[in-house]
Design a protein around this ligand. Structure first.
Ligand SMILES: [Fe+2]
Length: 477
């Protein structure tokens, strides 16, 4: 009897095991099928690249770009593109000295390399200009065996005590008309800045035609004003091996002080008042890149001796576009930014506006996180109350000024109207106090890209309701 009972129990246990196994197999097959369906519909979004149209690099010097070296006060790099065959070249430059007509003409050695893209190739050149003097004006020109450019002017910062710069989030203008007119407004209005920073997605896709649009809208700026840029996802080729456009490093030649394997993409620049750390967040997906960047960022933040630290990357730690999230930036890199007391974090990607201050035990402190957009392309924002200040359907730029004890931050429309206004003050005890001058200013929600179909109309109604609720809870009321 007992043996028969045991047999029954064993049979029951075996049946249950088979049942569990079947359930696991069914779950696995269902998940696999769901993944295949998702892959089928999302393949192009995740892995597809628009084909790049064949192009021929012109046989003259173009795309002249000025960037800073590691030491902003004394180093500049000039990069340019020129032809599909190599040319003997050099950069001539001199300090403009109105008191001395016998100017010293300096020469800088040039490095060149052939860069291949998907649809063409070109020779890219660059020259480092070291030991430049504070407050001095310089002229330079590129001399080659075939062509000599006109003299181009640039100025070194006049004082180590004040630093002014402009920031722009995504520019990403397919046709270039909007960015050209916005840049033109800035060129006419803003004269007091030491450099311009761009938070990635300067162009629509990694294609030569879009780089042409980019350089056409920059006009003379590119060779005269130092640019500090970070790659965005639109400068990357999608695929299993996610690759930065081959032109990107060659046309900027940033300092090679980034993490091993990512030099020229992630880097830092030192100013007397600020360390600016530029991190290519596009690569923060795979363990190797995460580990390298994590260790490098920690060391670079820890070693900063300047009174202010600003970090720039493309993907926001707290996203503002509805439904978006970058878990590694949010849960791995944000704690580092907080731990080492970063002051300002400049981001893009979401094509809307957000400014967040850090709140701990009732205090409003740094880091301040900013997401901004200067593109004609807009996304719908979310309404998480963590955002101190939001905006949608608007193009803005930022003016940031630093002295030893104050960082002033303004977000402006390109016609000059102020949209956000913040000051970070260092107290005698070394604490940083935030003064929010835009607390009582109304927010702007102009996003209207919902479409006319019933689904779009429903989404629009929900969005307008969320705007209403946000306004009801704001101090401007
Ligand atoms: Fe973008």
């Amino acid at each position: 009897m007992k043996a028969a009972g045991n047999q029954k129990l064993q049979l029951k246990a075996a049946k249950s095991k088979v049942g569990c196994l079947s359930l696991s197999i069914i779950t696995f097959v269902v998940l696999l099928l769901a993944f295949c369906v998702l892959l089928f519909f999302r393949y192009n979004t995740w892995f597809g690249n628009i084909e790049e149209a064949p192009y021929t690099t012109p046989p003259f010097i173009d795309r002249i770009t000025l960037t800073p070296g590691e030491n902003f006060m004394s180093e500049r790099t000039v990069s340019w593109r020129f032809d599909t065959i190599p040319h003997e070249s050099r950069v001539e430059y001199f300090r403009v000295d109105t008191l001395n007509t016998d100017t010293l003409l300096l020469n800088s050695a040039v490095i060149h390399e052939k860069i291949k893209s998907r649809a063409g190739d070109a020779y890219y050149y660059h020259a480092r200009l070291p030991k430049l003097e504070e407050g001095a004006a310089y002229k330079y020109r590129i001399v080659s065996d075939k062509e000599t450019t006109k003299w181009i002017d640039f100025k070194m910062p006049s004082s180590p005590d004040t630093l002014r710069f402009i920031y722009m989030g995504d520019v990403q203008d397919k046709q270039g008309f909007v960015s050209d007119s916005l840049f033109d407004l800035l060129r006419k209005k803003e004269v007091n800045y030491d450099f311009i920073a761009f938070g990635g997605d300067q162009i629509e896709r990694p294609m030569d035609s879009y780089w042409t649009i980019w350089y056409e809208s920059l006009r003379e700026w590119a060779g005269q004003v130092p640019f500090v840029t970070v790659p965005g996802n639109h400068e990357y080729l999608k695929g299993i091996t996610y690759r930065l456009d081959s032109r990107w490093i060659a046309q900027h030649n940033y300092p090679e002080n980034g993490p091993e394997g990512f030099k020229g993409k992630s880097y830092y620049i030192d100013f007397p008042l600020m360390r600016m750390i530029i991190l290519d967040s596009n690569t923060i997906h795979w363990p190797h890149a995460i580990l390298k960047h994590y260790n490098w960022l920690e060391k670079t933040l820890k070693d900063a001796r300047q009174p202010w630290v600003v970090v720039m990357f493309h993907h926001g730690v707290y996203t503002v576009r509805d439904g978006r999230m970058h878990p590694f930036m949010r849960y791995l890199f944000l704690p580092l930014l907080e731990k080492y007391k970063t002051d300002l974090v400049l981001q893009g990607h979401d094509h809307a506006y957000s400014r967040i201050t850090t709140k701990i035990s009732g205090d409003t402190i740094t880091p301040v996180y900013v997401i901004s957009n200067a593109s004609p392309k807009f996304y719908r924002n979310g309404f998480n109350p963590i955002h101190d200040r939001l905006g949608s359907g608007i193009s803005l730029y930022q003016k940031i000024q630093l002295t030893q004890d104050e960082l002033t931050y303004k977000s402006l429309f390109f016609d000059g109207e102020v949209y956000d206004d913040l000051m970070i003050k260092r107290t005698r005890e070394g604490e940083k106090k935030i003064i929010d001058n835009a607390r009582n200013q109304a927010e702007v929600f102009n996003f209207d890209g919902f479409g006319d179909n019933p689904k779009g109309i429903k989404k629009k109604d929900a969005y307008l309701q969320a705007v209403k609720e946000r306004k009801a809870n704001r101090p401007e009321n």
